[in-house]
Ligand binder design. Structure first.
Ligand code: ZN
Length: 276
């Protein structure tokens, strides 16, 4: 059995639960966490007993997004961070680790369910939206506040596909947090349940889906994703990834990045951009 340190991996009958396990940093996504999620999907893919995958998060919050401390904070840089010194390195890092890794989940042949609680922020929203269904607890909230910090959204612009365009603009431009209930009304979330029932509600959905023969589930999932592709989802996401990277390399973004590096901690950066 593969040993993991940033996730846990459990299989019970036809259902596999991959749980992000960095609760001390609200499951912020660093290289190790993303590598382990990817490896866990490999295991779930190879295991014929697994028919449905649940992606969960341990602790109070589902995910705070990419681990900015690992990216720009005062910690030993990993090879990906070193690569980000050039525009082409930054592009390669985000293409491999963020864009392709996320689409791999979106295109995963078995159905997936995100079980979201607490805060789900920026790349956390992107990751949750890669799953086929989303179950949220009543305390869950969704927010993508990166525009204030110069980011042109995150690497995959899920918002116009998860809510009407006007709401997507509100969500991104105002950095407002949408409650689980609002997200359900918009169609971004399938089901909202009390926090204590989140795991069992996700499991109940997974058990229902597991009654569908795997080949059938796979074909129908692919057809629905193909429908989105034909509506332009994949092209729009390719366009956005390039636009996102153009923004990363503007004077506006590079200036803000330098200012950020001179701060003592990410807490100071966030304090600056908090709601007025
Ligand atoms: Zn980026």
């Amino acid at each position: 059995m593969t040993e993991f340190s940033s996730i846990t991996y459990e299989v019970d009958e036809a259902v596999c639960v991959i749980t992000m396990d960095r609760p001390e940093v609200a499951n912020a996504q660093n290289t190790e966490l993303l590598d382990e999620i990817d490896a866990a999907f490999d295991l779930a893919d190879a295991d014929d007993d697994v028919r449905v995958v649940i992606l969960a998060g341990n602790g109070k919050h589902w995910s705070a997004g990419h681990d900015l401390k690992a990216l720009v904070g005062d910690v030993e840089p990993d090879e990906w961070r070193l690569m980000r010194e050039t525009p082409e390195g930054k592009w390669h890092h985000e293409k491999v680790m963020y864009f392709d890794r996320c689409l791999r989940i979106r295109d995963f042949r078995k159905p997936t369910i995100a079980a979201v609680q607490g805060k789900c922020i920026a790349a956390g929203v992107m990751l949750a939206c890669m799953c086929d269904l989303i179950v949220a607890s009543e305390d869950a909230s969704f927010q993508n506040p990166v525009l204030r910090m110069t980011g042109a959204g995150v690497e995959i612009l899920v918002e116009p596909w998860e809510m009407p365009a006007r709401k997507a603009k509100e969500f991104l431009l105002t950095a407002e947090s949408f409650s689980a209930e609002q997200a359900e009304t918009l169609g971004m979330v399938n089901l909202v349940v009390p926090r204590a029932d989140l795991a069992s509600a996700a499991r109940e959905l997974a058990d229902k889906i597991a009654l569908v023969p795997p080949a059938t589930a796979q074909v129908v999932k692919r057809s629905i994703n193909k429908t989105l592709d034909l509506q332009g989802q994949r092209d729009a996401w390719d366009y956005h990834f390039q636009a996102h990277h153009w923004m990363h390399n503007t004077a506006t973004a590079l200036g803000a990045l330098e200012a950020r590096k001179s701060k003592g901690s990410m807490a100071e950066v966030f304090a600056e951009h908090r709601d007025p």
